[in-house]
Ligand binder design. Structure first.
Ligand SMILES: NC(=O)C1=CN([C@@H]2O[C@H](COP(=O)(O)OP(=O)(O)OC[C@H]3O[C@@H](n4cnc5c(N)ncnc54)[C@H](O)[C@@H]3O)[C@@H](O)[C@H]2O)C=CC1
Ligand SMILES: O=C([O-])C1=[NH+]CCC1
Length: 307
């Protein structure tokens, strides 16, 4: 009988084999599969358990890609106040769906960083005006780095601007990436064609008056119903796309508190079922889909087992 012990896959294994050239098209297709609504993807809205006595959250995210016959579950902790370790830590268990055996336990933090940025890249491809020149990144944490690399994979920006609340981290990010350090949000976004918000803020950091109309915004932070990254006036004056129409009204403070209407899932645009309103300001409100973790884990597993 085959060994039932799953293979352990470290962050360095993930980073060695997972490349945006492979991942972005896989995530783009998966966002479309998710929005088909025909059972291709089976994925409940995630379970979030508040760990109040430590100001943390425990998230459980199972999913099954029926057409790809792939199933996995991500277990993620979100501890916003961590200082001696990352705010997001995770493991993904990939299963053999034909017999239920666990195939691998993978580092889920590295996969989360990359698959989230790949989803934003896919959304940007469909919702931003062609050939954007300037990308502004608000935040300097893990997602700031992954979004820098994923969007650079897609576009040759003339400039990437970065703002963060901690000046030393802005300088570090700029030195490591070549981005332009900015001391205010306004300075970072004023010429931007694409804006990515990847902060842990619970109150709006980006205002409507500071941006050029017609920009595309990847709103990646603020994953709790009472957390916001975007000024409600900005949300209400934009065309709002989400990853999941089921999750957004339950989880996104930017949508719930502004009372904005969701126009479509980005997957519906990818499928050609809904319009990409590129002449307007567009927002992709990303909350993160379990199925993104499932297909990314499968990609990692296939790469590792074929090499
Ligand atoms: N949509 C999705 O699929 C995912 C979303 N996220 C979210 O993206 C955001 C960034 O995640 P990571 O980069 O992994 O976190 P991180 O902990 O590595 O970085 C967080 C960044 O936010 C900044 N920050 C914290 N409080 C702030 C405030 N009040 N105002 C402005 N900046 C503030 C920190 O200085 C840091 O630059 C978080 O909100 C996280 O929950 C993370 C993973 C997946
Ligand atoms: O999808 C995900 O893994 C997360 N979304 C917000 C925090 C983590």
């Amino acid at each position: 009988m085959a060994s039932l012990l799953p293979q352990m896959v470290s962050a360095s294994d993930v980073l060695r084999v997972l490349k945006y050239a492979d991942l972005i098209p896989v995530i783009e297709k998966t966002l479309g599969d998710f929005s088909r609504g025909d059972g291709t993807v089976v994925q409940p809205v995630r379970t979030v358990i508040p760990v109040d006595q430590h100001q943390g959250y425990f998230l459980v995210k199972p999913g099954y890609h029926v057409a790809g016959d792939t199933m996995a579950c991500k277990l993620l902790t979100l501890y916003p106040n961590n200082t001696d370790r990352p705010s997001h830590q995770a493991s993904i268990v990939l299963f053999d769906s034909s017999n239920g055996s666990p195939l691998a336990v993978m580092d889920g933090a590295s996969i989360t960083d990359m698959r989230t940025a790949a989803a934003s890249a896919a959304a940007t491809k469909h919702l931003a005006k062609d050939s954007p020149h300037v990308h502004a990144i608000l935040g300097t944490g893990h997602q700031a780095y992954s979004h820098f690399h994923a969007l650079n994979h897609l576009y040759k920006f003339d400039q990437v601007c970065v703002w963060g609340r901690t000046p030393a981290n802005v300088q570090k990010f700029a030195a490591e990436t070549g981005a332009t350090p900015c001391s205010t949000v306004e300075e970072a976004v004023k010429d931007a064609d694409v804006i990515t918000t990847v902060t842990m803020s619970r109150t709006p950091v980006l205002k409507k008056d500071w941006i050029k109309p017609g920009v595309h915004i990847n709103a990646v932070g603020a994953c709790r119903p009472d957390w916001q990254e975007l000024d409600p006036e900005l949300v209400l004056s934009s065309v709002v796309y989400v990853d999941s129409k089921e999750a957004a009204p339950k989880e996104s403070g930017d949508i719930i508190l502004s009372k904005a209407e969701v126009y479509a899932e980005v997957g519906e645009v990818i499928l050609g079922k809904k319009e990409a309103c590129k002449d307007k300001t567009t927002i992709f409100k990303s909350l993160g889909l379990a199925i993104e973790d499932v297909v990314s884990a499968k990609l990692v597993y296939d790469k590792l087992t074929s090499s």
